[in-house]
Design a protein around this ligand. Structure first.
Ligand SMILES: [Zn+2]
Length: 266
């Protein structure tokens, strides 16, 4: 038996060794598969996929933020130039500034950026006001005035002729508005409709009101008027709140895409 065992043992040992080698090879192959498998999964997840996934979330937000229209609000008069003395206690420059500050907030609430030409009691020339507006390239420029005459609010567009020549890199200062006049008139009509919808009495006019002629973008003028004989109404919180919200709705209708204004604040 022993001799048999001894006789057979080399071939058994050989087979055992062969099996062991095969087993080791198999284990090695399996381990290589597992290693390459685990190495590839995080590679695929971490490399190209993660950044596109996050940029896809951000990219729709970025254009919306970048495409927010800008409106320049110009409270007429200021400083030593008080505008109309509506009554001894109510100066036009204060009425226009109060409304401008309120309108800025109401526009911001509707997703519209707004900047004021002046946010303090300072004097500025009409040329300075137009230059400031033109340098910002706004979607709309609005100047605010006020009168003591009771009646409808007035909304003005420039009276300049549409056929004025303004070609080339330089535009003539006095007719700078001509290229945007159609946009101004369209804005004027959209605002009239929005204000009337809110029950505000408003009248659309064309006037040689400076600096509308000098503004290179859509430009309108608003003249606030008391609904009754009492001009103090113009500074009252009720009047200002109502006028500002209505004007903001009108501006939103004019400068925002139609879909964005369907849910406009009322
Ligand atoms: Zn004025």
């Amino acid at each position: 038996m022993r001799s048999n065992n001894t006789k057979h043992s080399p071939s058994r040992l050989y087979r055992l060794a062969l099996n062991a080698i095969l087993l080791l090879l198999t284990l090695g192959w399996l381990s290589a598969q597992t290693t390459s498998g685990t190495a590839s999964s995080p590679g695929q997840a971490a490399l190209p996929q993660a950044p596109p996934a996050s940029s896809q979330v951000q990219s729709p937000a970025a254009p919306i933020a970048a495409s927010k229209p800008l409106v320049i609000i110009d409270p007429a008069h200021g400083g030593t130039e008080s505008g109309a003395v509506l009554n001894p206690a109510v100066l036009e420059k204060d009425v226009t500034l109060a409304l401008a500050l309120r309108l800025r907030g109401d526009l911001n609430a509707r997703g519209i950026m707004a900047e004021l030409v002046r946010d303090a009691d300072v004097a500025l020339s009409v040329d300075d006001r137009a230059a400031k507006a033109n340098s910002e390239h706004p979607a709309l420029y609005i100047c605010l005035h006020a009168t003591s005459q009771a009646g409808p609010m007035r909304i003005y567009s420039s009276m300049i002729g549409e056929g004025q020549e303004n070609n080339g890199p330089f535009v003539d200062w006095d007719t700078a508005q001509s290229a945007s006049l159609a946009a101004s008139r369209s804005t004027q009509q959209q605002m009239v409709a929005a204000l009337q919808k809110r029950g505000i009495s408003i009248r659309a006019l064309q006037a040689p009101l400076r600096p509308l002629n000098n503004v290179t973008t859509a430009a309108i003028g608003i003249e606030l008027a008391p609904t009754k004989a009492d001009v103090a109404e113009l500074m009252s919180a009720d009047y200002q709140e109502n006028a500002s919200a209505a004007l903001a709705n009108g501006v939103a209708a004019a400068v925002l895409p139609a879909a964005a204004t369907s849910g406009a604040l009322q």
